[in-house]
Design a protein around this ligand. Structure first.
Ligand SMILES: [Zn+2]
Length: 347
Protein backbone atom coordinates (compact mmCIF):
# COMPACT_ATOMS: atom_id res chain seq x y z
CA UNK A 1 0.00 0.00 0.00
CA UNK A 2 1.59 3.24 -1.08
CA UNK A 3 -0.12 6.60 -1.58
CA UNK A 4 1.74 9.57 -3.12
CA UNK A 5 0.61 13.17 -3.63
CA UNK A 6 1.34 15.16 -6.82
CA UNK A 7 0.73 18.88 -6.31
CA UNK A 8 3.42 20.53 -8.45
CA UNK A 9 1.41 20.51 -11.70
CA UNK A 10 -1.62 22.20 -10.20
CA UNK A 11 0.54 24.99 -8.75
CA UNK A 12 1.99 25.67 -12.21
CA UNK A 13 -1.50 25.68 -13.77
CA UNK A 14 -2.84 27.98 -11.09
CA UNK A 15 0.00 30.48 -11.61
CA UNK A 16 -0.61 30.39 -15.38
CA UNK A 17 -4.37 31.00 -15.04
CA UNK A 18 -3.79 33.87 -12.64
CA UNK A 19 -1.22 35.43 -14.99
CA UNK A 20 -3.57 35.14 -17.99
CA UNK A 21 -6.34 36.77 -15.97
CA UNK A 22 -3.93 39.61 -15.14
CA UNK A 23 -3.30 40.19 -18.84
CA UNK A 24 0.00 38.36 -19.37
CA UNK A 25 0.22 36.53 -22.72
CA UNK A 26 1.67 33.07 -23.31
CA UNK A 27 2.67 31.18 -26.45
CA UNK A 28 1.00 27.86 -27.28
CA UNK A 29 4.30 26.17 -26.39
CA UNK A 30 4.28 27.70 -22.92
CA UNK A 31 0.72 26.49 -22.27
CA UNK A 32 1.57 23.08 -23.70
CA UNK A 33 4.50 22.92 -21.29
CA UNK A 34 2.10 23.61 -18.42
CA UNK A 35 -0.15 20.82 -19.79
CA UNK A 36 2.75 18.38 -19.74
CA UNK A 37 3.12 19.05 -16.02
CA UNK A 38 -0.61 18.25 -15.63
CA UNK A 39 -0.58 15.20 -17.89
CA UNK A 40 -2.81 13.14 -15.65
CA UNK A 41 -5.63 15.71 -15.59
CA UNK A 42 -5.30 16.76 -19.25
CA UNK A 43 -4.97 13.22 -20.64
CA UNK A 44 -8.01 12.09 -18.67
CA UNK A 45 -10.23 14.71 -20.32
CA UNK A 46 -8.62 14.20 -23.74
CA UNK A 47 -9.72 10.57 -23.49
CA UNK A 48 -13.33 11.87 -23.68
CA UNK A 49 -14.86 11.83 -27.14
CA UNK A 50 -15.62 15.54 -27.47
CA UNK A 51 -12.48 17.01 -25.85
CA UNK A 52 -9.07 17.70 -27.38
CA UNK A 53 -5.88 19.42 -26.20
CA UNK A 54 -6.66 22.29 -28.60
CA UNK A 55 -10.07 22.85 -27.05
CA UNK A 56 -8.59 22.76 -23.54
CA UNK A 57 -5.90 25.21 -24.65
CA UNK A 58 -8.61 27.59 -25.87
CA UNK A 59 -10.47 27.07 -22.62
CA UNK A 60 -7.43 28.17 -20.63
CA UNK A 61 -6.62 31.08 -22.91
CA UNK A 62 -10.16 32.39 -22.43
CA UNK A 63 -10.37 32.65 -18.65
CA UNK A 64 -11.32 36.31 -19.05
CA UNK A 65 -14.41 35.58 -21.16
CA UNK A 66 -17.68 33.90 -20.26
CA UNK A 67 -19.91 31.32 -21.99
CA UNK A 68 -17.63 30.40 -24.88
CA UNK A 69 -18.37 26.71 -24.96
CA UNK A 70 -22.14 26.57 -24.65
CA UNK A 71 -22.31 23.76 -27.26
CA UNK A 72 -20.24 21.45 -25.02
CA UNK A 73 -21.47 21.06 -21.44
CA UNK A 74 -18.27 19.42 -20.16
CA UNK A 75 -15.95 22.05 -21.63
CA UNK A 76 -18.26 24.76 -20.38
CA UNK A 77 -18.02 23.42 -16.85
CA UNK A 78 -14.23 23.09 -17.09
CA UNK A 79 -13.98 26.64 -18.40
CA UNK A 80 -16.10 27.95 -15.52
CA UNK A 81 -13.75 26.16 -13.14
CA UNK A 82 -10.63 27.68 -14.71
CA UNK A 83 -12.25 31.10 -14.43
CA UNK A 84 -13.02 30.45 -10.78
CA UNK A 85 -9.44 29.30 -10.14
CA UNK A 86 -7.96 32.37 -11.87
CA UNK A 87 -10.03 34.61 -9.62
CA UNK A 88 -9.50 32.68 -6.38
CA UNK A 89 -5.89 31.53 -6.67
CA UNK A 90 -4.92 32.36 -3.09
CA UNK A 91 -7.96 30.57 -1.67
CA UNK A 92 -6.93 27.44 -3.60
CA UNK A 93 -3.32 27.71 -2.41
CA UNK A 94 -4.63 27.75 1.16
CA UNK A 95 -6.65 24.62 0.51
CA UNK A 96 -3.50 22.82 -0.59
CA UNK A 97 -1.88 23.65 2.72
CA UNK A 98 -4.83 22.14 4.58
CA UNK A 99 -4.71 19.02 2.39
CA UNK A 100 -1.08 18.59 3.50
CA UNK A 101 -2.38 17.75 6.98
CA UNK A 102 -4.54 14.79 5.84
CA UNK A 103 -3.41 11.25 6.71
CA UNK A 104 -4.03 9.51 3.37
CA UNK A 105 -2.69 6.16 4.55
CA UNK A 106 -5.28 6.04 7.32
CA UNK A 107 -8.05 6.67 4.76
CA UNK A 108 -6.64 3.90 2.57
CA UNK A 109 -6.60 1.38 5.43
CA UNK A 110 -10.30 1.95 6.00
CA UNK A 111 -11.11 1.61 2.28
CA UNK A 112 -9.28 -1.71 2.07
CA UNK A 113 -11.71 -3.15 4.65
CA UNK A 114 -14.45 -2.78 2.00
CA UNK A 115 -12.48 -4.66 -0.66
CA UNK A 116 -11.60 -8.35 -1.10
CA UNK A 117 -8.79 -9.63 1.12
CA UNK A 118 -5.24 -8.91 -0.11
CA UNK A 119 -6.11 -5.85 -2.21
CA UNK A 120 -2.86 -4.00 -2.88
CA UNK A 121 -3.50 -0.27 -3.39
CA UNK A 122 -0.78 1.77 -5.10
CA UNK A 123 -1.84 5.25 -6.05
CA UNK A 124 -0.87 8.82 -6.82
CA UNK A 125 -3.38 11.54 -5.90
CA UNK A 126 -3.10 14.44 -8.37
CA UNK A 127 -4.60 17.74 -7.29
CA UNK A 128 -6.59 19.31 -10.14
CA UNK A 129 -8.60 22.42 -11.03
CA UNK A 130 -11.60 20.44 -12.20
CA UNK A 131 -15.14 21.77 -11.98
CA UNK A 132 -16.73 18.80 -13.75
CA UNK A 133 -15.51 15.98 -11.51
CA UNK A 134 -14.81 16.78 -7.86
CA UNK A 135 -12.69 13.66 -8.02
CA UNK A 136 -12.09 10.92 -10.58
CA UNK A 137 -10.13 7.71 -10.85
CA UNK A 138 -8.04 7.15 -13.96
CA UNK A 139 -5.24 4.70 -14.73
CA UNK A 140 -3.23 4.28 -11.53
CA UNK A 141 -4.25 7.53 -9.92
CA UNK A 142 -6.92 9.81 -8.57
CA UNK A 143 -7.68 13.38 -9.59
CA UNK A 144 -8.86 15.50 -6.67
CA UNK A 145 -10.18 18.95 -7.46
CA UNK A 146 -9.44 22.01 -5.36
CA UNK A 147 -12.47 23.89 -6.68
CA UNK A 148 -15.54 21.73 -6.06
CA UNK A 149 -15.85 22.69 -2.44
CA UNK A 150 -15.90 26.27 -1.22
CA UNK A 151 -14.16 25.54 2.06
CA UNK A 152 -12.26 22.52 3.26
CA UNK A 153 -14.41 19.94 4.96
CA UNK A 154 -12.39 17.04 6.30
CA UNK A 155 -15.41 14.79 5.93
CA UNK A 156 -15.77 15.75 2.26
CA UNK A 157 -12.12 14.96 1.58
CA UNK A 158 -12.27 11.61 3.36
CA UNK A 159 -15.53 10.53 1.71
CA UNK A 160 -14.54 11.65 -1.77
CA UNK A 161 -11.07 10.13 -1.69
CA UNK A 162 -12.40 6.91 -0.16
CA UNK A 163 -14.89 6.61 -3.02
CA UNK A 164 -12.12 6.97 -5.63
CA UNK A 165 -9.65 4.73 -3.79
CA UNK A 166 -12.34 2.06 -3.69
CA UNK A 167 -12.57 2.29 -7.50
CA UNK A 168 -8.84 1.69 -7.67
CA UNK A 169 -9.19 -1.42 -5.49
CA UNK A 170 -12.11 -2.54 -7.67
CA UNK A 171 -9.96 -2.19 -10.79
CA UNK A 172 -7.11 -4.10 -9.11
CA UNK A 173 -9.42 -7.14 -9.13
CA UNK A 174 -10.99 -6.41 -12.53
CA UNK A 175 -7.45 -6.63 -13.97
CA UNK A 176 -7.13 -10.15 -12.54
CA UNK A 177 -10.35 -11.38 -14.19
CA UNK A 178 -8.90 -12.57 -17.52
CA UNK A 179 -12.30 -13.34 -19.06
CA UNK A 180 -13.74 -9.97 -18.08
CA UNK A 181 -10.75 -8.32 -19.76
CA UNK A 182 -11.28 -10.27 -22.98
CA UNK A 183 -14.97 -9.30 -22.96
CA UNK A 184 -14.27 -5.63 -22.26
CA UNK A 185 -11.75 -5.45 -25.10
CA UNK A 186 -14.22 -6.66 -27.71
CA UNK A 187 -16.15 -4.30 -29.94
CA UNK A 188 -19.41 -6.06 -29.24
CA UNK A 189 -22.75 -5.78 -27.52
CA UNK A 190 -21.74 -8.14 -24.73
CA UNK A 191 -18.68 -5.99 -24.10
CA UNK A 192 -21.01 -3.01 -23.55
CA UNK A 193 -23.13 -5.12 -21.18
CA UNK A 194 -20.05 -6.05 -19.11
CA UNK A 195 -18.84 -2.47 -19.13
CA UNK A 196 -22.23 -1.28 -17.88
CA UNK A 197 -22.63 -3.85 -15.10
CA UNK A 198 -19.06 -3.17 -14.02
CA UNK A 199 -19.90 0.55 -13.79
CA UNK A 200 -23.08 -0.18 -11.81
CA UNK A 201 -21.19 -2.39 -9.38
CA UNK A 202 -18.12 -0.17 -9.04
CA UNK A 203 -20.09 3.06 -8.55
CA UNK A 204 -22.79 1.32 -6.54
CA UNK A 205 -20.38 -0.01 -3.93
CA UNK A 206 -18.31 3.18 -3.71
CA UNK A 207 -21.47 5.29 -3.31
CA UNK A 208 -23.04 2.87 -0.85
CA UNK A 209 -20.02 2.69 1.45
CA UNK A 210 -18.55 6.18 1.17
CA UNK A 211 -20.73 8.76 -0.60
CA UNK A 212 -24.36 7.76 -0.08
CA UNK A 213 -26.23 9.62 -2.80
CA UNK A 214 -29.30 10.55 -0.82
CA UNK A 215 -27.62 11.39 2.45
CA UNK A 216 -25.39 14.41 2.10
CA UNK A 217 -24.37 15.27 5.65
CA UNK A 218 -24.98 18.77 7.00
CA UNK A 219 -21.23 19.29 7.17
CA UNK A 220 -20.83 18.53 3.46
CA UNK A 221 -23.92 20.58 2.56
CA UNK A 222 -22.38 23.56 4.33
CA UNK A 223 -19.22 23.27 2.27
CA UNK A 224 -20.70 22.81 -1.18
CA UNK A 225 -21.29 25.89 -3.34
CA UNK A 226 -25.00 26.78 -3.18
CA UNK A 227 -25.44 26.58 -6.95
CA UNK A 228 -24.06 23.02 -6.99
CA UNK A 229 -26.17 21.99 -4.01
CA UNK A 230 -29.36 23.21 -5.73
CA UNK A 231 -28.50 21.33 -8.93
CA UNK A 232 -27.67 18.26 -6.86
CA UNK A 233 -31.01 18.31 -5.02
CA UNK A 234 -32.94 18.79 -8.27
CA UNK A 235 -31.11 15.88 -9.90
CA UNK A 236 -31.57 13.65 -6.86
CA UNK A 237 -35.33 14.30 -6.87
CA UNK A 238 -35.45 13.48 -10.58
CA UNK A 239 -33.66 10.16 -9.95
CA UNK A 240 -35.79 9.24 -6.93
CA UNK A 241 -39.13 10.23 -8.45
CA UNK A 242 -38.40 8.32 -11.66
CA UNK A 243 -36.49 5.41 -10.16
CA UNK A 244 -38.54 2.75 -11.97
CA UNK A 245 -37.95 4.47 -15.31
CA UNK A 246 -34.17 4.54 -14.69
CA UNK A 247 -34.22 0.83 -13.75
CA UNK A 248 -36.15 0.13 -16.97
CA UNK A 249 -33.56 2.11 -18.96
CA UNK A 250 -30.84 -0.08 -17.41
CA UNK A 251 -32.72 -3.20 -18.36
CA UNK A 252 -33.26 -1.93 -21.90
CA UNK A 253 -29.53 -1.27 -22.28
CA UNK A 254 -28.68 -4.79 -21.09
CA UNK A 255 -31.40 -6.32 -23.29
CA UNK A 256 -30.12 -4.56 -26.42
CA UNK A 257 -26.45 -5.19 -25.62
CA UNK A 258 -27.00 -8.91 -25.05
CA UNK A 259 -29.11 -9.34 -28.18
CA UNK A 260 -27.74 -11.82 -30.76
CA UNK A 261 -27.31 -9.03 -33.31
CA UNK A 262 -27.07 -5.81 -31.29
CA UNK A 263 -27.15 -2.33 -32.78
CA UNK A 264 -23.79 -1.14 -31.43
CA UNK A 265 -24.43 2.54 -32.10
CA UNK A 266 -27.66 2.45 -30.12
CA UNK A 267 -26.00 0.42 -27.30
CA UNK A 268 -23.12 2.90 -27.06
CA UNK A 269 -25.55 5.82 -26.92
CA UNK A 270 -27.51 4.11 -24.14
CA UNK A 271 -24.29 3.33 -22.26
CA UNK A 272 -23.32 7.01 -22.43
CA UNK A 273 -26.77 8.17 -21.28
CA UNK A 274 -26.77 5.75 -18.36
CA UNK A 275 -23.22 6.28 -17.11
CA UNK A 276 -22.51 9.98 -17.74
CA UNK A 277 -24.42 13.00 -16.50
CA UNK A 278 -23.47 15.77 -18.90
CA UNK A 279 -24.32 18.30 -16.22
CA UNK A 280 -21.70 16.69 -13.99
CA UNK A 281 -24.08 16.07 -11.07
CA UNK A 282 -25.08 12.42 -10.72
CA UNK A 283 -25.13 9.85 -13.54
CA UNK A 284 -28.19 7.57 -13.50
CA UNK A 285 -25.92 4.51 -13.26
CA UNK A 286 -24.41 5.75 -9.99
CA UNK A 287 -27.85 6.04 -8.47
CA UNK A 288 -29.07 2.67 -9.82
CA UNK A 289 -25.85 0.93 -8.68
CA UNK A 290 -26.19 2.53 -5.26
CA UNK A 291 -29.82 1.38 -4.93
CA UNK A 292 -28.83 -2.15 -5.98
CA UNK A 293 -26.05 -2.27 -3.35
CA UNK A 294 -28.52 -0.98 -0.77
CA UNK A 295 -31.13 -3.64 -1.59
CA UNK A 296 -28.47 -6.38 -1.50
CA UNK A 297 -27.23 -5.23 1.91
CA UNK A 298 -30.80 -5.18 3.27
CA UNK A 299 -30.77 -8.96 2.88
CA UNK A 300 -27.17 -10.19 2.67
CA UNK A 301 -23.93 -9.74 4.65
CA UNK A 302 -21.32 -7.19 3.57
CA UNK A 303 -19.01 -9.99 2.33
CA UNK A 304 -21.59 -10.97 -0.32
CA UNK A 305 -21.56 -7.50 -1.80
CA UNK A 306 -17.75 -7.41 -1.76
CA UNK A 307 -17.67 -10.77 -3.59
CA UNK A 308 -19.34 -9.06 -6.57
CA UNK A 309 -16.06 -7.24 -7.21
CA UNK A 310 -14.35 -10.49 -8.20
CA UNK A 311 -17.50 -12.20 -9.57
CA UNK A 312 -19.33 -9.49 -11.49
CA UNK A 313 -22.43 -11.45 -12.53
CA UNK A 314 -23.19 -11.99 -8.83
CA UNK A 315 -24.16 -8.31 -8.59
CA UNK A 316 -27.23 -8.77 -10.83
CA UNK A 317 -28.07 -12.19 -9.33
CA UNK A 318 -27.90 -11.03 -5.72
CA UNK A 319 -29.93 -7.93 -6.47
CA UNK A 320 -32.71 -9.95 -8.09
CA UNK A 321 -32.74 -12.40 -5.18
CA UNK A 322 -32.74 -9.57 -2.64
CA UNK A 323 -35.80 -7.89 -4.14
CA UNK A 324 -37.67 -11.09 -5.10
CA UNK A 325 -40.20 -10.76 -2.26
CA UNK A 326 -40.52 -6.98 -2.42
CA UNK A 327 -42.36 -4.60 -4.78
CA UNK A 328 -38.95 -3.31 -5.96
CA UNK A 329 -38.21 -3.73 -9.67
CA UNK A 330 -36.24 -6.91 -10.51
CA UNK A 331 -34.38 -7.36 -13.80
CA UNK A 332 -35.68 -9.80 -16.37
CA UNK A 333 -34.29 -13.18 -15.26
CA UNK A 334 -33.40 -14.22 -18.83
CA UNK A 335 -31.15 -11.17 -19.19
CA UNK A 336 -29.38 -12.03 -15.93
CA UNK A 337 -28.84 -15.64 -16.98
CA UNK A 338 -27.56 -14.49 -20.37
CA UNK A 339 -25.13 -12.13 -18.62
CA UNK A 340 -23.85 -14.82 -16.21
CA UNK A 341 -23.30 -17.22 -19.12
CA UNK A 342 -20.80 -14.82 -20.75
CA UNK A 343 -18.01 -16.10 -18.51
CA UNK A 344 -18.60 -19.77 -19.41
CA UNK A 345 -18.93 -19.12 -23.12
CA UNK A 346 -15.74 -17.01 -23.21
CA UNK A 347 -13.58 -19.33 -21.05
ZN1 LIG B 1 -17.19 6.96 -8.75
Amino acid sequence: MNIRIESHGVKVLLDLLEDIKNGKTFSDDEITDCFSQNDFFINYYCSWASITREKLLLCIRSVNKTALFSENAVLQRLHNGFMYAANHADELRNKMQILDTIDFNKITKNVVSYLPLHTDLECTIHYTLDSFNGAFQYKNGIGFSLIMFKDLSKEYIIQTLSHELHHLGFKYWAEKDAIRKVLLNENSGRSIAVSYVQDLCMEGLACYYFTPVNQLSDDIKNHLPEEYLNSYNTRLKELQNNELQFFNDSEELLKQALDDSPDLKSCKDLLWQNTIDENGIEPAGHYIGYRMAQEICNVYEKSNLINCITDLSLFLLLYNRAVSKTPQKAFNQKIIERFSALWQETA
